[in-house]
Design a protein around this ligand. Structure first.
Ligand code: ACO
Ligand code: PYR
Length: 527
């Protein structure tokens, strides 16, 4: 077994991704999670760059990581100054991180055109910087920037730069495909050539500009690299870095002979991916391989038919092996197999007449603009209605929504009148009013006020997402809007509901009512 070290740079290169901005607390939470899961190295940031990163290292110096080694990142000393006099070196040393990761130039082009120093001065900058930290009793990883591009232009000079790093005491050289444009065969070849040039271990750091970051990481590992640098969910500068989730899953589940993480931690990859999206308040990539919600979501009728018989017919690995789950989507592309899979999950017997009725209704409604892929709760209610297994908990008598502009502020008020059906057969009328940030918020508030006396569990349910889309369905004469709402309760379960109407408030009302009915049915079934 060859041990491949996982070097996570979510908190440094990941934070260089557009739209990513971790707070100090976010960084600490992510570092602790990676530490708990056994990542070998965690690059916490660039101490010279900003006070947040400086403070991050101070926090971790007080309460060090338990399993992972913490790395502070910075560049080689500035041209023309001694390492000891360079503020960048001081910031790195003050970080107290046990590992210092130094980035330096490999390419003669960058040395001449970007740094504008002589080739010898660049070699001195690399060697003196690394020697400085070795003198301070730190371990040093050397990130060879533009390594593959530099090697392709001038392999002799590129080799001199990494030899300077190795001779100065670096413990590992990470070969960086900084511009992300290399191909796997080039990466494999150059990794072998670099291994012949230095006697210290090699690592690989790739970017995804040609959508090859993961393939290039694997190619380099097969050619001898023993460390892979990357980020969770592939966050990073421009098109991102290698996604350590996919790299780790491929190494552990597809390839033999590599040891990466404890196998139990591989089952936590889906949770880890969601955690980083959640903490960073980032949009999840649904079709992200291995861990995305769509990674094992089957839509085409023929696929679902086969998966119902043998799961592996359309799955490259069992979803549970990375902590994900299989989903069956219902849409106009469904066959009976999709419906059977979902109705069985709802505890309904396999009834061909019901299956046909559901399938017909789904096709008819999708033609009107409904979509059930993200609205599994509305689909469950639709099936229950067609199976005569649904009794509404309440009925609308009327609602009224008014928005007025006063002194530049828009104020919205909603009134809802409901007939609530009691378990004892006694109906009760509730008439409530609520103010809100907008019509949907006000309507939601009035609806809950009206219902929460009879159904107190609704107080623990919240609306977490609201999406509106204008659609021009074939069946409708005018443009309609589709509203999809995502709700969550105290158990952490989330569910989606959908409403379609020419009027956005009516479409929202439909989705809100389905959301509440689903919660009440779910709780009644569980009690
Ligand atoms: C490939 C990578 O991802 S490397 C990491 C990139 N990450 C970041 O840049 C994020 C953090 N960066 C920062 O906060 C700032 O850029 C700082 C604090 C590092 C530097 O800020 P400034 O001093 O204002 O410099 P600025 O960012 O404009 O330019 C970079 C300077 O570093 C020099 N430089 C670039 N690479 C190196 C290197 N490997 N070694 C030494 N100097 C270098 C450049 O020549 C330039 O100096 P110059 O203006 O004297 O020519
Ligand atoms: C060091 C680094 O992030 C790169 O070269 O891409």
């Amino acid at each position: 077994m060859t041990k491949i070290q996982l070097y996570d740079t979510t908190l440094r290169d990941g934070a260089q991704g557009e739209g990513v901005n971790f707070s100090l607390e976010d960084k600490v939470l992510i570092a602790r999670r990676l530490d708990e899961m056994g990542f070998d190295f965690i690059e916490g940031g660039y101490p010279l760059s900003n006070p947040k990163d400086t403070e991050f290292f101070q926090r971790l110096a007080k309460e060090p990581l338990k399993r992972s080694r913490l790395c502070a990142f910075g560049m080689t000393r500035r041209r023309g100054v001694k390492a000891a006099d360079d503020p960048g070196m001081k910031a790195l040393a003050d970080s107290q991180a046990p590992v210092i990761t130094i980035v330096g130039k490999t390419s003669d082009f960058h040395v001449a055109e970007v740094l504008r120093v002589s080739e010898q001065e660049n070699l001195d900058m690399i060697a003196e910087t690394i020697a400085h930290f070795i003198g301070l009793d730190r371990q040093v990883i050397y990130d060879a920037e533009h390594f593959f591009d530099g090697w392709k232009r001038n392999p002799e000079y590129a080799a001199q730069t990494i030899k300077a790093a190795a001779d100065a005491g670096a413990m590992l050289i990470a070969m960086c495909d900084t511009n992300g444009g290399s191909l796997p065969e080039e990466v494999a070849r150059i990794t072998k050539e670099a291994a012949a040039a230095v006697s210290i271990p090699l690592g690989i750091h790739t970017h995804n500009d040609a959508e090859l970051a993961n393939a290039n990481s694997l190619a380099s590992i097969d050619a001898g690299a023993v460390q892979v640098q990357g980020t969770i969910n592939g966050l990073g500068e421009r098109c991102g870095n290698a996604d350590l989730i996919s790299v780790a899953a491929n190494l552990m589940l597809k390839k033999s002979g590599y040891e990466v993480l404890d196998p139990k931690q591989i089952e936590r990859l889906t949770e880890l991916s969601g955690f980083v999206y959640e903490v960073g308040n980032l949009l999840r990539r649904n079709n992200q391989p291995f861990v995305g919600p769509s990674a094992f979501a089957h839509k085409g009728g023929m696929h679902v038919h086969a998966v119902n018989r043998v799961a592996e017919s359309y799955e490259h690995i069992p979803p549970e092996s990375v902590g994900n789950r299989r989903r069956v989507l219902v849409s106009e592309l469904s066959g009976r197999s999709n419906i059977i899979a979902t109705t069985t999950k709802l505890g309904l017997a396999e009834d061909p007449a019901l299956m046909n009725a559901v399938l017909e209704e789904v096709v008819r409604r999708e033609n009107e603009g409904y979509q059930y892929e993200a609205a599994e709760a509305s689909f469950a209610l639709l099936v229950k209605r067609l199976a005569d297994q649904f009794t509404p908990h309440f009925e609308l008598v009327k609602y009224h929504v008014a928005t007025e502009s006063r002194g530049g502020a828009a104020l919205t008020e909603a009134t809802v009148k409901l007939l609530i059906h009691g378990a004892d057969g006694q109906d009760q009328v509730e008439h409530r009013v609520a103010e809100g940030d907008g019509p949907v918020n006000a309507l939601d508030g009035a609806l809950r006020k009206a219902l929460s006396g009879r159904f107190p569990q609704l107080r623990e349910m919240s609306l977490v997402d609201y999406k509106v889309r204008v659609i021009n369905s074939e069946a409708a004469t005018a443009a309609s809007v589709r509203v999809v709402i995502e709700s969550r309760d105290a158990d952490g379960e989330t569910w989606g509901t959908v409403g379609v109407h020419e009027n956005v408030i009516q479409a929202s009302w439909e989705a809100l009512v389905d959301s509440i009915e689903y919660k009440l049915c779910k709780d009644a079934a569980g009690s």
